[in-house]
Design a protein around this ligand. Structure first.
Ligand SMILES: Cc1cc2nc3c(=O)[nH]c(=O)nc-3n(C[C@H](O)[C@H](O)[C@H](O)COP(=O)(O)OP(=O)(O)OC[C@H]3O[C@@H](n4cnc5c(N)ncnc54)[C@H](O)[C@@H]3O)c2cc1C
Length: 290
């Protein structure tokens, strides 16, 4: 067995919020074979497992995780004409840079999304009118219930919707890789678009803070940040968790915040928005170990 399994690992360093307790077991997988090995280990031990990638869209419980955290670090990337094949652990900003560098359009938005290909497929990440679903051709996954056999999903089978996919309803499936079909354009045009998106993002969102992106999905008519604003909650805080004054749908760990602080702030904001605007906000952030 080439897989290294560690015991009692604090999860906070593996998240952009820098929050979270200890995982009983933890493994980093650098190849697809190691991912399958980790899945088999969890199956044999009848142990719960959770997939962690960039850790940029998760709130990990202060109590940590009872089971094994499988961290995806597979990094193979191939660009063949307009077809891009990427393992799940490849970083989205890197993918944006590589594809625009080849004069390929469709993933420019990834420059401002500090996660991985696996995380982007799972949550159909997007920004500035681009979404992962628009460029995914197929996705390879591993599933415990089929004896860790690998299955290929077409775009349609992924059931993509706004910040949603079939993978959110099957949290035990592991995304191994994805194939994207991009559009050809000049390298200059692609890179210009990407840099404009990055500039917009760094100007309007708290990119240098300890955050996890948008806490809530945007309801159909009004963006979540505006509802939070209308409820008078911009800058509100609980313990060391604070609603960003720059972008009200980002919550910041101002230093030493706990998952309990974040959970309390999320509940407070949901209640206030419901009370003042009559709209029920739905979390985009994923909860681990609660
Ligand atoms: C500063 C900042 C800006 C952001 N901007 C954006 C934005 O513009 N648009 C946007 O959509 N998001 C944005 N986000 C949120 C986040 O970066 C995205 O949701 C990203 O796609 C999450 O990827 P990840 O690899 O970090 O996933 P993680 O946070 O590690 O995991 C998120 C969820 O995906 C699941 N998952 C991850 N990888 C796999 C896999 N291989 N197989 C199965 N399940 C998997 C996890 O189990 C978990 O439930 C931002 C976050 C930050 C901190």
């Amino acid at each position: 067995m080439s897989l290294k399994i560690k015991r009692n690992i604090p999860l906070a360093p593996y998240t952009t919020l820098k929050i979270g307790g200890i995982a009983d077991y933890f493994t980093e997988c650098k190849t697809e074979e190691e991912v399958i090995e980790a899945l088999l280990f969890a199956s044999e031990k009848k142990m719960p497992y959770y997939i962690l990638s960039g850790g940029s869209n998760v709130l990990v419980s202060d109590a940590g995780f009872r089971g094994i955290i499988i961290k995806i670090k597979t990094l193979t990337l191939r660009i063949d004409g307009a077809k891009v094949s990427s393992e799940a652990g490849v970083s989205l900003p890197l993918l944006a840079k590589k594809t625009t560098g080849h004069g390929l359009s469709g993933l420019e938005f990834g420059i401002g999304v500090p996660g991985t290909v696996g995380g982007a497929v799972y949550g159909n990440a997007g920004a500035f009118g681009q979404e992962t679903k628009d460029v995914v051709n197929s996705v390879c996954i591993a599933r415990r219930e089929t004896d860790s056999k690998i299955a290929e999903f077409s775009n349609e089978m992924c059931e993509f919707a706004y910040r949603d996919s079939i993978f959110k309803r099957h949290k035990d499936w592991i995304i191994l890789s994805a194939v994207f079909t991009l559009k050809k354009d000049s390298k200059e045009n692609c890179e210009k678009r990407m840099m404009e998106m990055l500039k917009n993002k760094t100007t309007n969102q708290p990119m240098g803070e300890l955050a996890a992106g948008s806490i809530f999905k945007n309801p159909p008519v009004t963006p979540a940040w505006r509802l939070i604003d209308e409820a008078g909650m911009r800058g509100a805080y609980f313990g060391n968790a604070k609603v960003s004054t720059q972008h009200a749908n980002y919550f910041i760990n101002t230093g030493g915040a706990t998952a309990a602080d974040f959970l309390a702030l999320i509940r407070l904001i949901k209640d206030k928005v419901q009370e003042k605007c009559g709209i029920q906000l739905e979390e985009e952030i994923q909860f681990v170990g609660f």
